[in-house]
Design a protein around this ligand. Structure first.
Ligand code: M6R
Length: 611
């Protein structure tokens, strides 16, 4: 939520900042701004709207300088407007600040500062930071000390970038609870909210930890802890290919990412499995055989799409490992005194690894003595670093706000982790595990077959894109996929959509069904196929329009449904990963036909780093 990008070096800062902000725009896109220092003077331009709007403003009033900070906003305090856009300034316009996070005690601080004579121009929580730095600079004459004193005065979360005319050769960065990275190149340094904005410029980064503050000059980076003690930090290397953060000819990142799924799954499983020996290995899992044998319960925690992945995990763990498994919304889990202990394995799932509620849930679980394993896509993210063990999905950067390849790679990891637990606990035989591994290896090829027929989905989208509502039904592992299909549709097309276990339809949602209600039914063959057919009959009897996702060879379903999309035959345990692909495409093509902002849907942000 909110993206920060900063530059200090020998070249003009503005092009770097704008390019960096564009890469971060998926984190928030209701307003944007930049501030630079040129010849010792601060310059600032900001505007409501997307970065393209800021570029127009900058064309009319260009700003120069080789040091600067920029911000793309997802509003929390104060509506999107020019005044509420970042960077924010102090009374004398000599200090500018960009901030991601929430200052919880800002009202009290604002009142105190106003009483002391500070003039506020926005409704944001962030502006108090600029005024506090102003106040403490007056007292101490040091920008670094002023920022440190400010950080001690504020409660809440922040990633910060600060520049000032008082010390025009410095960029100060700090973090607590919101991500911030420092990218290093010869003669230039960058700060950014995430890796995707940096990979074009460098592969060397330093992850700032909570309560760390960096003082960056053209030739030096000094990182200190909250007491001002200098720290020695490791430089990490990013392996993501810069192309992976570009559209590469696709109209939208979402479509590109849908198409990347076969290879993303291949990368996620490669090097971790041996179909011959039924062996599964995760480098950073950090769980011994003894610890696995000790586990008597699995609790998944996550938000949004990652929560749907967890629901599939619940089915898999119960079925294959024979352990009780539960799924908790991270935001609920963190506050409800969960009953867990050192025999509970908590699996926290997050694409970004920065979702505030998921982080808090993982910390809560750790404090209660559970082993916490995270499934993350972003290497070095807070969740990955704060868990006992981590399994990285190898999806590469996911830029589209609607999660697609992160979901299917999460499912692939959960599937393999389940097999690993089952092998260690002895609930599956070696031969069974070999078969399951084989099914996963075959899956990317089947996804490619589905993607090759995306025109069929586009045709279905053409017929239904003007609908106002949609229902998604599934049973068993098809139920979480119904939820995910509904979430994809609602978040990018703004059609009201609900996912339900098919049997629940009779208990209420059936009242909604009429000729204007498309009902997407996951009707793959399996144990509950007959029951799903029964649900389709119930929809048809009330005039509903049925779009069935079925297995190839099922000619019978054509007589029942209005539309059928056939999936290549696949074993039931991997079928959720395959079945979600047509639903992602359906949401995509419906949203395109409705003229929606596919990669940046309204009101959303990719990474929800606030509660
Ligand atoms: O980064 P995370 O996986 O923790 O994000 C969780 C949700 O915010 C995310 O999955 C969200 O629901 C997506 N927009 C769904 O497409």
């Amino acid at each position: 939520m909110c993206g920060i990008f900063g530059y200090i070096g020998k070249r003009e800062a503005l092009p770097f900042i704008l390019e960096g902000l564009k890469k971060l725009e998926y984190r928030g896109y209701d307003s944007a701004g930049v501030s630079t220092i040129q010849h010792g003077k601060i310059f600032l331009n900001k505007s409501c709207g997307k970065i393209a709007r800021l570029e127009e403003v900058l064309e009319a009033r260009p700003i120069g300088g080789s040091i600067g900070i920029g911000h793309t906003r997802w509003a929390t305090h104060g509506k999107p407007s020019d005044e509420n856009s970042h960077p924010h300034s102090d009374c004398s316009d000599q200090i500018t600040v960009v901030h991601n996070g929430i200052i919880e005690n800002y009202l009290e601080l604002r009142r105190q500062l106003a009483e002391e004579g500070h003039k506020f121009t926005s409704a944001t929580d962030t502006e108090v930071i600029a005024h506090l730095i102003e106040k403490y600079f007056k007292e101490t004459g040091s920008l670094e000390t002023a920022v440190r004193k400010t950080l001690n005065a504020i409660d809440g979360s922040y990633a910060l970038g600060v520049i000032s005319e008082h010390e025009p050769d410095k960029l100060i960065a700090a973090r607590k609870g919101s991500p911030l990275l420092i990218g290093i190149e010869e003669d230039e340094t960058f700060i950014a909210s995430d890796i995707s904005a940096l990979i074009k410029y460098t592969s060397r980064v330093i992850y700032l930890n909570d309560y760390e503050l960096a003082v960056i000059t053209e030739n030096d980076i000094v990182i200190k802890d909250r007491d001002g003690k200098t720290l020695k930090k490791n430089i990490s290397f990013i392996s993501w290919d810069p192309e992976s953060a570009e559209k590469c000819g696709y109209t939208h990142f979402m479509l590109k990412e849908i198409h990347e799924q076969p290879n993303a799954i291949r990368k996620t499983i490669e090097g971790r499995i041996s179909a011959e020996s039924a062996n599964i290995h995760f480098d950073e899992l950090n769980l011994t055989e003894k610890e696995i044998k000790n586990i008597n319960r699995v609790v998944f925690t996550a938000c949004g799409t990652s929560w749907h992945a967890a629901l599939v995990g619940e089915y898999l763990i119960e079925q294959m490992v024979k352990l009780p498994a539960e799924v908790e919304y991270a935001a609920e889990f963190r506050y409800r005194h969960p009953v867990i202990d050192d025999k509970t394995l908590v699996i926290a799932i997050s694409q970004s690894g920065e979702t505030a509620d998921t982080l808090a849930a993982a910390w809560e679980a750790k404090s209660l003595g559970a082993k916490v394993i995270s499934i993350c896509n972003v290497v070095g993210s807070t969740l990955a670093r704060d868990s006992h063990g981590v399994i990285y999905t190898q999806a590469g950067p996911e830029i589209g706000v609607a999660s697609t390849k992160a979901f299917t790679t999460q499912l692939s990891v959960i599937y393999l982790l389940t097999l690993l637990l089952a092998r260690t606990k002895g609930t599956l035989t070696g031969a069974e595990i070999k078969n399951y591994i084989h099914d996963l290896i075959e899956l990317p090829g089947k996804i490619e077959q589905v993607l090759a027929r995306e025109h069929e989905i586009e045709k279905i989208a053409q017929k239904y894109y003007l609908s106002n509502n949609a229902l998604f039904l599934g049973r068993g592992k098809g139920f979480p996929i119904a939820l995910e299909g509904a979430l994809k549709l609602k978040e990018i097309s703004y059609i009201h959509a609900e996912g339900y276990p098919a049997a629940e339809m009779k208990h209420g949602p059936i009242a909604l069904i009429d000729q204007n209600m498309p009902v997407v039914v996951l009707a793959m063959t399996g144990k509950r196929y007959e029951k799903i057919l029964g649900n389709i009959e119930e929809v048809k009897a009330r005039g509903g329009q049925v779009i069935a996702i079925a297995n190839e060879g099922d000619n019978y379903i054509q007589e029942k449904a209005d539309e059928v999309f056939y999936l290549p035959k696949s074993p039931i345990a991997v079928s959720p990963i395959l079945a979600v692909i047509p639903l992602q495409l359906l949401a995509y093509y419906i949203a395109v036909k409705r003229g929606c902002h596919i990669d940046q849907p309204r009101n959303l942000a990719k990474s929800v780093t606030v509660e």
